[in-house]
Design a protein around this ligand. Structure first.
Ligand SMILES: [Zn+2]
Length: 174
């Protein structure tokens, strides 16, 4: 065993998750460490392979995107805004994933000029994609994704009223 190797960790620039350093792919503007992206990819693979896991897919995608906001540029500004609206619609208004997708579609088609950079939370949410990867079954997966998404949404509290107003505007223009 090599003690120095074991001690090495890499912090995810988005969620703060500390993992052993790895090589690998990351996303162009949903900025994460390769290790965190690999965990997310594993969660997505589970969801795409089983409808019972897929039931919470909207929350998974939205939570991961806003927990990895990246830097201010056109694509990340749009990403953070639409995925925050997705979290708001599902968690606060009880919308289903299909409705949230339609609202997000209206945002990307008609509201892009209204979207601005929202400063990410100073403190990371306590839960990350690693809490989801440990799920025992589909029911546990659903609960863990909901808890994670709620923690991430809560961490963006200073922007909640702005996000709610954006959702209303998008719904009016659907
Ligand atoms: Zn991360």
């Amino acid at each position: 065993m090599n003690g120095m190797m074991q001690a090495a960790v890499e912090s995810c620039p988005g969620c703060g998750l500390k993992l052993p350093p790895t090589e690998g792919a990351t996303h162009a503007y949903v900025l994460s460490s390769p290790g965190c992206w690999a965990l997310y990819s594993e969660v997505l693979a589970r969801e795409y392979s089983d409808p019972a896991y897929m039931a919470v897919h909207r929350l998974t995608v939205d939570a991961y995107a806003v927990q990895h906001p990246g830097v201010p540029e056109r694509r990340s500004i749009q990403s953070v805004n639409v995925h925050l609206v997705g979290l708001h619609l599902v968690l606060d208004r009880g919308a289903d994933g299909a409705f949230a997708r339609h609202v997000i579609g209206a945002m990307t088609q008609k509201l892009t000029d209204r979207l601005t950079w929202l400063d990410p939370p100073a403190d990371h949410a306590a839960l990350t994609v690693r809490d989801v990867i440990e799920a025992r079954d589909a029911a546990d997966h659903g609960k863990r994704v909901r808890d994670w998404a709620a923690a991430v949404w809560a961490s963006w509290r200073p922007h909640h009223s702005r996000v709610s107003a954006l959702a209303d505007e998008a719904i009016r223009r659907m």
